[in-house]
Design a protein. Structure first.
Length: 216
């Protein structure tokens, strides 16, 4: 679907710097005159934030099956698209979204093992024709991502249910995202997130600015 606005997603593992980059991009683009909407998945709506709590909660005896997990992520997404993302794109805004379909394909489809095709099909159903125009993938060694978070909090951080899946799982997610980036090289841009924040911002803007100028 073609909209006046632009839909930009930011992907990457835990602690790769997505929230940090999104805040800086928001500041820069807003100062440059764009109307920007920052949002995230799971979440972005009142309903989605409730689903997020359910998805991330780590609680003894709480079991979440693979399909149940997938459908919860997609329930949040379809509400998010209908209530927030689509209206913003129709009104010409630049939407910066922390995670989207590529996360679902990498985490649920490939790393959890549900199967890429099955997950892609369900994502298509949930997305109602709304797909990212451009994606920045912040690529970082998962061990480094975890260290960054611990450094920020000054202690080993409490992990949510998905973070707790272990290093091997997070390494599979990274490989899956790199694979998706290779396959969708026209949309997904890989940025080495081990560089300092200013460098990551500069590299991102070098991709984003010409894209926005070209397509606005
Ligand atoms: N998930 C899924 O399974 N399926 C799906 O479909 C979707 C999600 C949508 C929630 O995501 C979980 O849901 C996630 C995937 C799964 N689980 N995991 N893993 P989330 O986005 O809320 O959680 P997260 O990925 O763990 O995000 P995060 O921990 O908030 O990390 P971040 O936003 O990428 O990083 P940050 O907060 O910007 O930075 C972390 C620290 O590093 C902070 O102190 C910064 O100041 C510092 N930082 C940032 N950049 C740098 C650089 N360049 N150098 C040094 N230090 C830096």
């Amino acid at each position: 679907m073609n909209f006046p606005g632009r839909f930009i997603t930011i992907e990457g593992g835990e602690g790769s710097g997505k929230s940090t980059l999104i805040a800086e991009l928001n500041r820069f683009l807003t100062n440059s005159g764009y109307s920007v909407l920052v949002t995230r998945e799971p979440g972005g709506t009142v309903f989605g934030e409730k689903v997020r709590e359910l998805l991330l909660e780590e609680k003894k005896d709480l079991r979440v099956g693979l399909l149940a997990e997938l459908f919860l992520f997609l329930a949040s997404r379809s509400q998010h698209i209908e209530e927030v993302i689509k209206p913003a794109l129709i009104s010409g805004r630049v939407v910066l979204c922390d995670r989207f379909n590529d996360s679902t394909i990498a985490y649920q489809g490939i790393a959890r093992g549900l199967g890429r095709e099955l997950v892609e099909d369900q994502c298509h159903l949930a997305c109602q024709g709304v797909f990212p125009d451009l994606t920045l993938f912040l690529d970082l060694d998962p061990e480094l991502g975890l260290k960054r978070r611990e450094l920020a909090e000054g202690k080993p951080s409490e992990k949510d249910r998905i973070e707790n899946a272990g290093l091997f799982f997070h390494e599979s997610v990274r490989k899956a995202l790199l694979f998706l980036a290779e396959e969708n090289a026209d949309r997904i841009h890989v940025i080495d997130a081990s560089f300092p924040k200013e460098v990551v911002l500069e590299k991102s803007l070098r991709i984003l600015q010409p894209f926005l100028k070209r397509t606005s």
